[in-house]
Design a protein around this ligand. Structure first.
Ligand code: GTP
Ligand code: MG
Length: 258
């Protein structure tokens, strides 16, 4: 089923309503080669990721959208094993999450994260475990087990990840694009389920974004008050200086006249 059909079916919307729907903003994170761009291409049913159509945000981040589909996907790339690169990517991603949460308009605010892990690797690195836990305190996270060709071992991996209690909204197995192995074709599956779960999470996420926006509003006001107070104190000290100078002047005049 097409993603648009899933969106329409779940939310029960007409074409017109979908057009006017605020987009769902999702960030994809995961190690190099797990299949994030493949997932994006298959969500949009077009080769959009890595064709230069995305809007570059930073060195490792790109925003990918398609006319008529109310979903914006932020694709990260190059999360390699090197600790230096990992830190660089993580810093960029964290900064962008903060920026989108703090400075962007309501339509641009992030709703959730798809953290992608290759099922075949059967491994979630310690740095990923720690990062996912941290991300889950900021936004709803769905762990996407990509390239889940062997459903039996993928299911075991899924259960293992669930047992880690990372506070994520779900762990989902999928194959984003059909695989050709020898003469066989393994069909894709799981895309509609991912969109379905995502849309169910959105109301909670929108509420969180609203609360964050309020927090930000308070923060902005507090900052403004701080700046204003600082300006005032500068004025006050200027005023105090002025007063003491004029007092000194008066004293010296008095002293001279005595
Ligand atoms: N057939 C098939 N191939 C896949 C799938 N997922 C990933 N691959 C293959 O795995 C390779 C890497 O996938 P990408 O989607 O480029 O990985 P990525 O996560 O975007 O990697 P970076 O951009 O480097 O971070 C590609 O050659 C894909 O063809 C899938 O669901 N089906
Ligand atoms: Mg990619």
């Amino acid at each position: 089923m097409d993603v648009m059909d899933v969106v329409k079916e779940i939310v029960n919307l007409t074409e017109e309503e979908v057009k006017n729907m605020d987009p769902i903003n999702i960030m994809l994170i995961g190690k190099t080669g797990v299949g994030k761009s493949t997932l994006i291409n298959n969500i949009f049913r077009e080769n959009l990721a890595e064709t230069g159509i995305g809007k570059p945000i930073t060195k490792h981040l790109e925003k990918i959208s398609k006319e008529g589909i109310p979903i914006n996907l932020y694709d990260t790339r190059g999360l390699e094993l090197s600790e230096k690169v990992q830190k660089e990517v993580r810093d960029e991603v964290e900064q962008e999450i903060f920026n989108l949460d703090t400075y962007s308009s309501k339509e641009e605010r992030l709703h959730l994260i798809w953290y992608c892990v290759n099922s075949g690797s059967q491994r979630l690195e310690p740095f990923e475990e720690e990062w996912v836990k941290d991300l889950a305190t900021k936004l709803p996270v769905v762990i996407v087990l990509t390239q889940s060709l062997d459903t039996e071992s993928s299911q075991k991996f899924k259960e293992y990840i669930e047992s880690l209690e990372l506070n994520v909204k779900g762990v989902l197995m999928l194959v984003a694009a059909p695989y050709r192995i020898g003469g066989h074709i393994i069909p894709s599956y799981g895309l509609a389920e991912l969109v379905d779960l995502t849309i169910k999470i959105i109301p909670e996420s929108a509420e969180r974004a609203f609360i964050n926006a309020q927090k930000v509003d308070i923060m902005v006001k507090a900052n403004f008050a701080k700046k204003w107070a600082r300006g005032l104190s500068q004025k006050l000290s200027w005023w105090a200086l002025h007063q003491s100078l004029s007092l000194m002047h008066q004293f010296s005049l008095q002293a001279r006249s005595q």
